[in-house]
Design a protein. Structure first.
Length: 356
């Protein structure tokens, strides 16, 4: 007679039982948990008093000096300069609209329905529309020099451009490093290791100050373009190693099965190997994208006023200089929101494309 063993999962523990199991498993752990809880409550109480109860919200420096808490008036007074840079005050709608257009194109391209050529075209259109709105000179818009670009729009533009161009370039470099051709493999390996071996600030100084000296006058590029190329080169080198790790994770049998089906080398790579490699590298790729956003803050050292650079410019005002902490909290919150958004999107892709 056949018998069937039914495996049943244990019912979930009540919430209080789970809490005790995690935080109060023994007397020593209970004491530590209690001390940490008291310290956390005290810190939250101090933060509430400093940030809300005792804070000054009016853009009045004299009132801020008398306040016992934070001075959020500096945010009210300097938010335009920090968020939009030195763009002409009569044309502020342009960086706002350009940022919205760029984010909309990025959001649409990030949807799985638009993966592929349509998503790439949306991103290219968003970047082109951003450039047209910011630079002007078309459709009756007044020309604005790239020296006046800054704030959050510039941070978004540099980040998206570096990732948009850096990702395909990184894939090419990763494939070149695995190439059987020794010259191509040596060139790609030398580029990757050379760029990863120097700090980003070195590349930025080279692009901003050295490159104009060594190039002929007719080949000199705009400052913003040189900075964007440096960020893209840096991002591509790191993404190349991420993609190479994904390619190594694809079993050799996948290559052999693709060739057995009669697929060409390019078809096997684009339809079989790369999709599997990129699925494996979703988490590290998202991590690199977050790093690319934060790396844009270094352009301030070469007098390009992105979000962080515009913050330093705003804090040069001696009236509001004592309240730099509040401004750094706000700018840090902006970077945090961007980073959390990328991380959340990466986890969503991991859940969507995970193996069953």
């Amino acid at each position: 007679m056949n018998t069937t063993l039914a495996l049943t999962s244990a019912p979930p523990l009540p919430r209080w039982s789970r809490f005790k199991q995690v935080f109060l498993p023994d007397p020593a752990s209970a004491v530590v948990s209690a001390l940490l809880g008291v310290a956390l409550l005290a810190a939250l109480g101090w933060l509430l008093r400093w940030a809300v109860l005792d804070a000054e919200w009016r853009p009045d420096a004299a009132a801020c000096q008398r306040a016992a808490g934070a001075c959020w008036g500096v945010v009210a007074d300097k938010h335009r300069l920090v968020l939009l840079g030195r763009f002409p005050s009569s044309e502020l709608w342009r960086p706002v609209l350009a940022s919205v257009l760029l984010l909309l194109s990025l959001g649409c391209a990030a949807h799985p329905r638009f993966f592929g050529r349509r998503g790439l075209l949306l991103l290219v259109a968003g970047v082109a529309g951003f450039g047209a709105l910011m630079a002007g000179g078309v459709a009756g818009l007044a020309p604005v020099s790239t020296e006046l670009w800054g704030g959050l729009p510039l941070t978004l533009f540099l980040s998206v451009s570096a990732c948009l161009v850096g990702m395909p370039l990184g894939i090419v470099l990763a494939l070149g490093r695995r190439s059987p051709l020794p010259v191509l493999r040596a060139l790609c390996t030398g580029y990757i290791e050379g760029v990863r071996g120097v700090p980003l600030i070195t590349l930025l100084f080279f692009g901003a100050f050295v490159l104009p000296l060594v190039l002929p006058p007719q080949w000199r590029m705009d400052m913003m373009l040189r900075i964007g190329i440096c960020l893209t080169m840096f991002s591509a080198a790191y993404l190349a190693e991420v993609v190479r790790g994904g390619l190594q994770a694809v079993p050799r049998g996948q290559y052999e099965a693709a060739h057995a089906l009669g697929l060409t080398r390019w078809q096997a790579l684009s339809r079989v190997v790369l999709p599997q490699a990129l699925r494996v590298t979703i988490a590290p790729t998202a991590n690199n994208f977050i790093g690319a956003v934060k790396d844009t803050s270094l352009v301030a050292v070469v007098n390009v006023y992105d979000l962080t650079g515009a913050l330093k410019l705003a804090m040069s005002d001696p009236v509001w200089r004592p309240y730099f902490v509040e401004m750094y909290v706000v700018v840090g919150g902006v970077y945090l929101l961007i980073g959390l958004g990328i991380a959340r999107y990466g986890r969503t892709l991991e859940r969507t494309y995970r193996l069953a």
